[in-house]
Design a protein around this ligand. Structure first.
Ligand code: ATP
Ligand code: MG
Length: 452
């Protein structure tokens, strides 16, 4: 049981009076039998013990009163207990209690300030850890779990949970740290949802809303079986709710960016396909018909020659439309399409591609354009002797590498080809890296997750 501080002060004054009485009684009993120095040492030893277990607040009045009694009743001349003696005793005791009280209060404040500083440093460290995770682009689920763990540690609660409010009115528990009990009550979840403000069930559970871009997104709940949650729990959680809101907003905008890039790439692919169809169904057919009519109507060499030229133009047009969106890719898949690219390249190209099955169409198209552009770059810029194309489907990803042994020095800022590929691959949730040290060839590495 903790005694309130004013009561402790009163008690220390009483202890001073008691110690005066006891010292007087002992002093009168042993005077003449005991030497002054050993008795003084005994008195000091007692004061030391009181200081050790009761602190300065008790040691000062006890010591002052005991020494007065020692002086008055043990060392001659002995003193009469008249009014002056009581006044002196009262004054000494009063001074001892005041000094003891001031010293104790100052010491306690220093300890509290030290503890608050320690707390603050701990909170800063834990917020820094979380901010680092967010900055590193860690998956939201990892951030949620880490934040929930930090909240629980920070508040010393038995349990902490992160809950998301879904649009259909349901809720999802994204993370739960600590003990399974106490469970977050539905009442608390609903109250925070309805009011969008913090809410508490006495000292056993507190819920704090998380607002993302002005919309109530979810809540943090902490619970304590024994009801030991401090009064300022809500304020102490606010830094954490803000960080989680930042992480969520960050993840949302990243997801939106990826899907808008994907939409752009898909729209560009669709446009290419339409051009190919239009060329094939429209201009190409009419040119073929024209060439046939010319051939039939051919009277002289000149006209026959024009017919022949026209056929060449048609072939070129066919090649072109195939390049825009190669039929071999949609019909036979990535491996044959890459081999066709390799055959058409003026450079020797070694193709080492093993894919057990067809891949999702956007991935096949993306990989095809990567190889096509990088082969073109190798011819245009690298003065390479040979190009190697390697691809595997491993660990749920397509991994693709194209290497040339040319001059190196490829640079995203030099044109639009490499940048367009990077956009296209990242729109698929993948990574696109170029390593091109001067004089050591160029390697383009691509990794695309096969699922979603
Ligand atoms: N394999 C390579 N070897 C050496 N330099 C390269 C290689 N690939 C690209 N580069 C350099 O990097 C620059 C950027 O390449 P990128 O493909 O983006 O543009 P580009 O080929 O110049 O033009 P385009 O937009 O028509 O593709 C090139 O201009 C070239 O200087
Ligand atoms: Mg290029």
């Amino acid at each position: 049981m903790r005694i309130p501080f004013p009561a402790q002060v009163a008690l220390s004054a009483v202890a001073g009076v008691v110690s005066f009485l006891v010292a007087r009684w002992v002093g009168e009993a042993v005077v003449g039998h005991l030497h002054a120095i050993p008795f003084a040492l005994v008195v000091l030893a007692v004061v030391l013990l009181v200081a050790r277990f009761g602190g300065i607040l008790f040691a000062l009045p006890v010591g002052t009163a005991a020494i007065l009694a020692y002086d008055w009743f043990f060392l001659p001349p002995f003193r009469d207990l008249n009014e002056a003696a009581f006044t002196l005793l009262g004054t000494f005791l009063g001074m001892a209690v005041i000094v003891g009280t001031v010293t104790t209060v100052t010491a306690r404040r220093a300890v509290e300030a030290e503890r608050a500083r320690g707390d603050m440093a701990e909170v800063q460290a834990s917020l820094r850890r979380l901010a680092l995770l967010i900055a590193q682009g860690e998956a939201p689920q990892r951030v949620f779990e880490a934040a929930t763990g930090e909240v629980r540690r920070h508040l010393g609660s038995d349990t902490a949970a992160l809950i998301r409010y879904e649009l259909d009115g349901s809720t999802t528990e994204l993370a739960c740290e600590g003990a399974a009990e106490p469970k977050v009550s539905a009442g608390l979840i609903n109250r925070v949802r309805e009011t969008a403000h913090s809410s508490r069930l006495d000292a056993t559970a507190v819920g704090v809303p998380i607002v993302v871009n002005g919309r109530l997104w979810g809540m943090f709940a902490v619970g304590s079986v024994e009801g030991g949650l401090p009064d300022d729990t809500e304020t102490r959680m606010s830094d954490y709710t803000e960080l989680v809101a930042t992480a969520v907003a960050d993840a949302q905008s990243r997801a939106e960016l990826i899907s808008s890039r994907a939409r752009l790439v898909a729209a560009a692919d669709e446009a290419r396909r339409r051009i190919e169809r239009d060329l094939h169904d429209g201009a190409q057919q009419r040119l073929v018909a024209l060439a046939l009519r010319l051939r039939m109507a051919a009277q002289d060499d000149e006209v026959a020659e024009i017919g022949g030229d026209l056929m060449t133009v048609i072939d070129e047009l066919r090649e072109l439309s195939r390049g825009i969106h190669p039929a071999v890719l949609s019909e036979n898949g990535l491996r044959p399409a890459l081999r066709a690219l390799a055959r058409r390249s003026p450079l020797p190209v070694e193709v080492d591609v093993e894919l057990p099955r067809r891949l999702p169409q956007p991935i096949e198209v993306g990989a095809y354009y990567v190889v096509s552009e990088v082969l073109t770059n190798a011819v245009k810029h690298a003065a390479a002797q040979v190009v190697e194309v390697w691809a595997r489907a491993e660990d749920g990803s397509l991994r693709l590498r194209v290497h040339d042994d040319g001059s190196g020095g490829a640079d995203f800022s030099g044109g639009t080809g490499l940048l367009g590929l990077k956009d296209r691959i990242e729109a698929l949730g993948g990574t696109f890296d170029v390593s091109s040290p001067a004089g050591a060839g160029t390697t383009v590495s691509v990794r695309v997750p096969l699922s979603g």
